[in-house]
Design a protein around this ligand. Sequence first.
Ligand SMILES: Cc1cc2nc3c(=O)[nH]c(=O)nc-3n(C[C@H](O)[C@H](O)[C@H](O)COP(=O)(O)OP(=O)(O)OC[C@H]3O[C@@H](n4cnc5c(N)ncnc54)[C@H](O)[C@@H]3O)c2cc1C
Ligand code: FES
Ligand code: FES
Length: 471
Amino acid sequence: MANSIRFFLNGQKQDVAVRPDITVLEWLRSGPRLTGTKEGCAEGDCGACSVLLGDASNGEIRYHAANSCIMTMGQIDGRALVTVEGLKGETLHPIQAAMAENGSSQCGFCTPGIVISLAGLAANETAADDHAIHDALAGNLCRCTGYRPIVEAARKVVGDGGASIPGPTVEAFEELKSSVEIATSGAVFHQPQTLDDLLKLRRDRPDTVLLAGGTDLGVALADFHGDWREVISTAHVRELRRIEETPAHLSFGAAVTWEEVLAHVAPLYPSFATLIRRFGSAQIRSMGTIGGNIGTASPIGDGPPALIALGAEIELASQGGKRTMPLEDFFLDYRKTELKPDEVIASIRISKPAGGQEFRVYKISKRYDQDISTVCGAFSVVRDGGIVKSARIAFGGMAAIPKRVREAEAALVGKRLDAEAARACAAAIRDAFAPLSDWRGSAEYRLMVAANLAERFRRDLLGETVEVMAL
Ligand SMILES: Cc1cc2nc3c(=O)[nH]c(=O)nc-3n(C[C@H](O)[C@H](O)[C@H](O)COP(=O)(O)OP(=O)(O)OC[C@H]3O[C@@H](n4cnc5c(N)ncnc54)[C@H](O)[C@@H]3O)c2cc1C
Ligand code: FES
Ligand code: FES
């Protein structure tokens, strides 16, 4: 058991005995007084609090931007943290210099977060690509400069080489192992390394906070200042971090992040990849996990509709053994699932595309980026000679749970995907739901949008629509 949290801060080894449930932002500003990291929204939306987190991968340290306002100190144990102060060595980091030369800052409140996001991008990207710059900035809100000079500064640096992140050496980093248990100031942060150890902890402490990336739970902690005296983290459980690929399937451990899912899904299901790129921001995708998205059981979560339409299976594990079920059967009622108190989500498995399979998922939200779905509809059909042999259709935002719509599937099976079949499918979607009205959309709006997606899907398969991306 360790009595402190050990990590690298701007290249220097730290041994800090603070409560593991205080946010990294709070500690940075009140402990070492690194006040370049700002607090804006305090709920993961604006990027003012962005920091870089480093993890060892294939003999190198890879850094990704994350939101320090919804990340707890326990989560940085065994990792490398870089703040905006740490980017500058003898000279400015190239992105800092480019931002200054380019007039990319006015009031400057957003600037440290933007510098961090672009430094993370520049360290990982080999080519200057406007889409990558756009994705990297989608989680950083600038209210006064406007994005043009910021994007121009990024174009000068990203892909130019020489923009590495100052930090520890790989050797020094690898010596720093995450602790299995941290006990400081009356609080305990468990970091089991194996599924068996996680399941033992879960059996003995079914009411303890179970934390993955913390992008849902961290918002609740920041908003309601909950008491996390004891936390079990899944972030270091080997089996839950695994991605397995067979000729027919892809399986993601529950603690695999959305950024990691994206890399594997993109070549197989481009439409799913487009959805994932719109999932929160780079900061959220680098921490938020596929298991956490399902575990939170939100009716408007983006993962479940897409995964249900892809026929995903979920594996639950406890000390008593494992059980597997279709993902649609996991959700029972509003925020109620099949998960028993001593169980965890172990993995999610999807099939690779079958011959003749077409898949599309549509996220309807008020903004293109960094927004929550009003409606999310996913359609998958397998066609043979133009006839639909099988179909799977699922929606989020239309009911208390993410829901498969078998009646709408039946309206397509055995038919050509023509306008008449799309109309029948749309009618079945309308009949299947009685959505709520809220500030995101009225019930009537939701029904109309969801039903229209049947026709959108048909036109997409005919090549009549274009993917619109905001730049
Ligand atoms: C700014 C912002 C933007 C967001 N944008 C989106 C978006 O576009 N689309 C979207 O769908 N969501 C979005 N989210 C929500 C969130 O990022 C996702 O739901 C994410 O996938 C949650 O994963 P996590 O690892 O952070 O979960 P956590 O917060 O760690 O956990 C969430 C829940 O899942 C449970 N859980 C975690 N792992 C397991 C497990 N292995 N077994 C059982 N239960 C488990 C936890 O106990 C908790 O109840 C956003 C959140 C923020 C703050
Ligand atoms: S303060 Fe806004 S994302 Fe953290
Ligand atoms: S420079 Fe003022 S918010 Fe971006």
